[in-house]
Design a protein around this ligand. Sequence first.
Ligand code: SF4
Length: 438
Amino acid sequence: MKKLFYIKTFGCQMNEYESLRICKLLEEDGYAAASTYADASVIILNTCTVRQKAEDKIYSELGRIKKYKKADADILIGVGGCLAQQEGVKLLKKFPYVDFIFGTKALPRVLQLIHNARKGDRIADIAMETTCQLYSEHPYKPQPGQISAFVTIMQGCDNFCSYCIVPHVRGREWSRPADEIVKEVQSLVKESVCEVTLLGQNVNSYGNKAIPKTTFTELLQQLDTIKGLERIRFTTSHPKDLSPELIRAFGCIPKLCEHIHLPMQSGSNRILQHMNRQYTRQTYLEQISHLRTVAPHISITSDIIVGYPGETDAEFEETASLIDEIKFDDLFIFHYTDRKGTKASEMPDTIPYAVKIDRLKILNERQRSISLEKNSACVGKSYEVLFEEHSKKGDGCIAGRTRSCKVVNCMGPESMIGKKGMVLIDKAHIHSLTGKLI
Ligand code: SF4
């Protein structure tokens, strides 16, 4: 039987990155990537359970892939990630054609699980160790010519926001040693990478538990000295941990790009308190003001939850008014869904679905016009763009991002992919810009 694998990833950038890690482990063992489920001898779903919608999608995907196992009993099906961590052996019982389960800390043991499954052992590995050797023992190698890469700097979360399943499925916060991260970025740069995005559930609290302590800003300073590295990004931040030192970093660390994703979640202090977010509307506004003082052109994006249990019309309006006041560059707006095991799920989910959807639509509509307004302000100006790929439209354009993470499309030679160029913006859209290479 040919050793071919197919991985489908659900959810966030962290999952995408971890899927790349799984690919690497499989390739080291002689597997090659298949282009479809039908060609694969091992199928893996890397799952997410942050929202009900993600979970629903995974269950329907599990239904869809059953036919491959039916057609060929030798095919192995594995389920990993957050849903696997949460459901464990229940998934094996519910889906008898699933062969192995690996939780969020079991990535290094995937090959062993596959090996066991080949012998007929159906195992759910959801052990939660506090550290993980995956990163040091299996360093990530970029694809030839790859210019941008994710680097996990920490895992887990200690915050226990009332609505969030992450601390329950990814465990307590744990940071990688700074010297290990620096080495990884140096080796990525030696290949072809010139832009890194540092990943963690709450990168602002990076290093808090390390001895000796390295702050996130100190880590950024160390990375800034790496020759050949041109851009540093990070995600995600927590407003309560956004230190004045980190805000100042946007003005004095040259390679740090002017973009921050700073989840606000609600504009109502009562709801924020219920969510256990540990900041207020006022402190959030102050942080935005400080960021814009230090880096006037910084792009700020955020997450919002509407329809949190008990959210009144007036509290929803407080969120809407804060959005009008701040004018984010982009927003990711979600309606609340109960996540089993969280504090919020113990409260009655009082807001009717139709009301949640109405609130979602209202905010999306407002944000669309704000995004267009913000992007329109870029017209007539020129920006440094790092070109990453052919435009998704397939019209011969190339696409890249500004330092502030805005997507720019323009006509240009393929040879520009992987390079930086200045683009004069001539048109603004809600989610992108178009212009001319100058
Ligand atoms: S900070 Fe809150 S929302 Fe973010 S991962 Fe931790 S618990 Fe979840």
